[in-house]
Ligand binder design. Structure first.
Ligand SMILES: [Zn+2]
Length: 473
């Protein structure tokens, strides 16, 4: 409830610009956005295929030939459709490689009872669009679809092909569309690079202060900690006890911090962030840690911000716990799940052996959950090519003035990793701007500013056009 009151206050104090008379381009975007929000695409109860078919019909009506509008449904998964649309440039064979626009159509579950309004209706209130997927990721999906149709209506001819892939099961679920397309239909989506979610811009007092490019992400790995014991009657406790041993192991993990590991993306992030960071002590700590990643004082200052703390290192945290089998018996088994977000240059073996070392001689066993993986966890961060950075910087300056473009590494995971794994460098960039706690993707009352949405529409339109007509030699 505290959270709600903060938002309520925010709505009162923030000067919300009146929605300007929308252009035909914006009207089309809103129509497609509304259609997508109002088709339930939750993994378990919704259908991504329904959204894919609605969009495919729009593309065909807009004059895209059937051969360029692919509805791809994985075998045995009728509700997990994916849409791939190709917009032809004048390039032809041997010309510059295409650009891929990637977004996911599925959304996190939302219960009507948890929301003050229907999460599957596009609501517009106090300058915000509200509803499940308004931010993650139906904003980008509707923007990409609108801009492709709009370019067609205007007769825009790019120098290279523009491909759009809208996919299923990014938020979980067994049929990740991006992974499936990358492995089974790579010919349809192969590109020089991809634009994806994961990068946005920041507002302070409703003013844009930075625009982001996500070029790397951490990898999620789960470890199960298990303590076993012969058990016995609880009337005669012994010093050895599965629950106590597990508890000791977990407290050790809670008190442990992985060392700082910087890569070119996080270094660039800290350097740029230090320039716009309003807190002088924090900005100084960002500069210090770049110069010396072992500086304990700077590390302690940066640890106050959970996001910055997490991009500096691998993190592992207990997320689930169970143990014992009867109220009157000594526990025979106690288990916990530890979720690690691993910085991409680490290996699985390093993370596991570090946990084992930290746990010490508690007798607790560590096993990796799911597939047994080995080697380096992540695809290497995508180096941002000069033409890409140039286009994003040029459009950022044009729209918002002299604000920095900040490369970043996500603490969470997106479908970008599947593209990077098959050699398609992927960058999260949207031009969608958020202020502080407005970033509540996956949460109750998911939202985005109406102005941010239309700015993102214009931003991505200009960035894609710039990249499509000025390919690298
Ligand atoms: Zn997403």
């Amino acid at each position: 409830m505290r959270r709600l009151s903060v938002f309520a206050m925010l709505a009162l104090v923030v000067a919300v610009p009146c929605a300007a008379q929308s252009t035909p381009h914006e009207k089309l975007a809103r129509e497609i956005y509304k259609e997508l929000i109002e088709i339930n695409t939750v993994d378990t109860v919704g259908s991504v295929t329904k959204a894919v078919e609605a969009l495919a019909a729009r593309f065909k009506a807009a004059g895209f030939p059937d051969a360029d509008v692919h509805v791809l449904i994985p075998p045995g998964a009728p509700t997990k459709g994916n849409l791939v649309v190709r917009y032809h440039g004048r390039g032809g064979p041997g010309g510059p490689k295409p650009i891929l626009l990637l977004a996911h159509l599925d959304v996190v579950a939302a219960l009507r009872a948890d929301w003050p309004r229907d999460p599957f209706i596009l609501n517009e209130e106090n300058g915000f669009f509200l509803g499940r997927g308004t931010a993650d990721d139906k904003s980008m999906a509707s923007i990409f679809a609108t801009n492709m149709i709009w370019m067609k209506q205007e007769g825009f001819v790019p120098d290279r092909d523009i491909i759009m892939a809208l996919t299923a099961d990014e938020e979980g679920g067994p049929q990740n569309g991006a992974h499936w397309l990358a492995t089974e239909h790579k010919d349809l989506i192969d590109a020089e690079y991809a634009i994806n979610e994961g990068g946005d811009g920041s507002l302070v007092n409703a003013k844009p202060v930075a625009n982001g490019i996500q070029a790397a992400e951490k990898v999620s790995v789960n470890f199960v900690l298990t303590a076993v014991n012969s058990g016995g009657h609880s009337s005669m406790p012994r010093p050895d006890n599965a629950i106590y041993e597990l508890a000791k192991a977990l407290l050790n993990i809670g008190g442990f911090e992985f060392p700082v590991v910087l890569n070119p993306i996080t270094t660039a992030y800290l350097t740029q962030s230090a320039k716009v960071q309003p807190n002088a002590e924090f900005a100084a700590a960002e500069r210090t840690i770049v110069a010396n990643n072992k500086d304990a004082k700077a590390n302690a200052v940066l640890a106050r911000d959970p996001f910055v703390h997490s991009i500096l290192r691998t993190t592992c945290v207990a997320t689930k716990l169970s143990g014992g089998h009867a109220l009157n018996a000594l526990p025979q088994t106690a288990t916990a799940n530890v979720n690690c977000r691993v910085e991409p240059s680490s290996t699985y073996e390093y993370v596991k052996s570090t946990l084992e070392r930290v746990i010490g001689d508690t007798g607790v066993k560590v096993t990796m959950l799911g597939r047994q993986l080995s080697g380096v966890v992540g695809a290497p961060p995508s180096a941002v090519p000069a033409d890409f950075l140039g286009a994003v910087t040029m459009v950022t300056k044009k729209m918002w003035g002299d604000i920095p473009v900040v490369p970043s590494m996500s603490t969470g995971a997106t479908d970008g990793k599947y593209m990077r794994e098959v050699g398609i460098p992927t960058f999260g960039v949207s031009g969608l701007m958020y202020e502080g706690e407005e970033r509540n993707m996956h949460g109750r009352d998911e939202k985005i500013r109406v102005k941010s949405y239309y700015d993102g529409l214009a931003f991505l339109d200009q960035v894609v056009r710039a990249l499509a007509v000025k390919p690298k030699a």
